[in-house]
Design a protein around this ligand. Structure first.
Ligand code: ATP
Length: 356
C-alpha cells in the first residue's frame, strides 16, 4: 500500500510532442483514483511514468514518500494491467499466475500458496489448468488482474482494462474491480476514456485534456460544478450547455449573465474569483432547464429531438441574432414544435460561470 504523488510532472517525447504539463496530483494510500480524458490526452503516459516504463522528464513522482524517478519498474513494486491483458499464450492460468513470482525467485511453497490465495480471491480455481485461448474475455481479464495481484504490489495500475469486453460484461467486471480494490485496500489508478465508466467507478476522478489536469473531484462535483468548459462538455450526455455571453455587474454588486440580449440574474458569490465583467462563458445542464410560461427567458424552438422517454428541445434566444442554442431536457410528453416561442426557467443555482 502506498500514497502516490506527482509533483510538477511534465513529459516531452523525443519528437518534441509534449504529452503532460505541470501535473500535480496526490493519490491517497488505499484510494481508487480514476483518470479520464479523450484519446491522446496523456492518460497512458501518466501511468507509464508512474510504472517506470517511461522516463520522467520534469518534476518528481513519489511512491510512499520515496522518490521514484531513479527506480526501475521492479523496484517500484507497481503492477499494471493492460488493455490486451498480455497473458502468455503457451502457459496455463496457473503458470501465468506463478510466473511473476518465479521471476522474483520465491520458493516453490510460497509461490503455490500465493497462487492459490489469488485464484481463490478471483474465483479462478476451476480455470487453473486452462490456457488463455480456452477462456472467455472476462475470465482472461480476471487472470490478468490475478497476475498483477499475486505480486502484492503497493500500487495497481489499470490501463483501460475493460475495453475488450462487451458492454454487459464491462458493467459486471467494473463492479468486481471496485469491490476487489475496496477489499484489498491497495492504491489503484484506473485509466479510461469513457466518462460513464469514470462516473460509475470513481470515488475521485481526475480529468485530463491535452496533457493538462482540468479538475480532480468526486462524480457529483464534476457534474454539478465543472471547473472548466472542457469538463462541462466532457461529462454528461447531452453535455452541459455552454453559452458565450456577457457578464453584467450592477452598481449594487448584483450580477447577471446574458443569453442573446436577455439577462439572467445570479448571486455575485457564484462568480469565479477575478472575473469582473465583460465576455464570459457560462453553462447550465439540460435537465436543470424548465419550459414554463413564467420563466425569466423567452426562446424560439429550433429543433425537437423526440426520444420516447424524453424530448430534447433546442431553443435560441428570441429577438436576437446570437447563435446560442440551449438544449432543454423535457419529458416524453413535451409537444414543442420548431418555431414555437416558449418561456424558459433557468434556476440561478444551476448556472456555472467559467473564468475563461
Ligand atoms: P488513448 O486513450 O488513445 O490511449 P492516451 O490519453 O492514453 O490516449 P497517450 O498514449 O498518453 O494518450 O499519448 C498522449 C500523447 O502523446 C498523444 O498525442 C500521443 O500521440 C503522444 N505520444 C505517446 N507516446 C509517444 C511517443 N513515444 N513519442 C511521441 N509521442 C507520443
Amino acid at each position: 500500500m502506498a500514497e502516490v504523488e506527482f509533483r510538477s510532472v511534465g513529459k516531452t517525447f523525443p519528437n518534441g510532442h509534449r504529452a503532460l504539463w505541470e501535473l500535480n496530483l496526490t493519490i491517497a494510500d488505499g484510494e481508487l483514483l480514476v483518470v479520464v480524458g479523450p484519446s491522446g490526452c496523456g492518460k497512458s503516459t501518466l501511468l507509464r511514468l508512474l510504472a517506470g516504463l517511461e522516463e520522467i522528464g520534469e518534476g518528481e513522482i513519489r511512491i510512499d514518500g520515496r522518490l521514484a524517478n531513479p527506480l526501475t519498474p521492479q523496484q517500484r513494486n507497481v503492477a499494471m494491467v493492460f488493455q490486451d491483458y498480455a497473458l502468455y499464450p503457451n502457459m496455463t492460468v496457473r503458470e501465468n499466475l506463478a510466473f511473476p513470482l518465479q521471476m522474483r525467485k520465491l520458493d516453490k511453497t510460497a509461490v503455490a500458496r500465493r497462487v492459490a490465495d489469488t485464484a481463490a480471491m478471483l474465483e479462478l480455481g476451476e480455470l487453473l489448468e486452462r490456457y488463455p485461448r480456452q477462456l472467455s474475455g472476462g475470465q482472461r481479464q480476471r487472470v490478468a488482474m490475478g497476475r498483477a495481484l499475486v505480486r502484492e504490489p503497493s500500487v495497481f495500475l489499470m490501463d483501460e482494462p475493460l475495453s475488450n469486453l462487451d458492454a454487459k460484461l464491462r458493467v459486471q467486471v467494473r463492479s468486481e474491480i471496485a469491490e476487489l480494490q475496496k477489499r484489498l485496500g491497495t492504491t489503484m489508478v484506473y485509466v479510461t476514456h469513457d466518462q460513464v465508466e469514470a462516473m460509475t467507478l470513481g470515488r475521485r476522478i481526475a480529468v485530463l485534456h491535452q496533457g493538462r489536469l482540468q479538475q480532480v473531484a468526486d462524480p457529483q462535483q464534476l457534474y454539478d460544478r465543472p471547473a472548466t468548459p472542457f469538463v462541462a462538455g466532457f461529462i454528461g450526455n447531452p453535455p452541459m450547455n455552454l453559452v458565450r455571453g456577457m457578464l453584467i455587474r450592477g452598481e449594487d454588486g448584483s450580477a447577471a449573465v446574458t443569453w442573446g440580449n436577455q439577462p439572467i440574474a445570479l448571486p455575485a458569490d457564484r462568480l469565479p474569483p477575478g472575473l469582473v465583467r465583460g465576455e464570459t462563458t457560462w453553462g447550465v445542464r439540460p435537465e436543470a432547464l424548465v419550459l414554463s410560461e413564467s420563466g425569466q427567458l423567452r426562446g424560439v424552438v429550433r429543433l425537437v429531438e423526440y426520444l420516447g422517454h424524453e424530448t430534447l428541445v433546442h431553443l435560441v434566444p428570441e429577438a436576437s441574432s446570437a447563435d446560442a442554442a440551449l438544449i432543454v431536457r423535457a419529458g416524453g410528453l413535451c409537444r414543442a414544435r420548431p418555431g414555437d416561442c416558449l418561456g424558459l426557467q433557468v434556476p440561478e443555482e444551476a448556472i456555472v460561470v467559467f473564468a475563461v
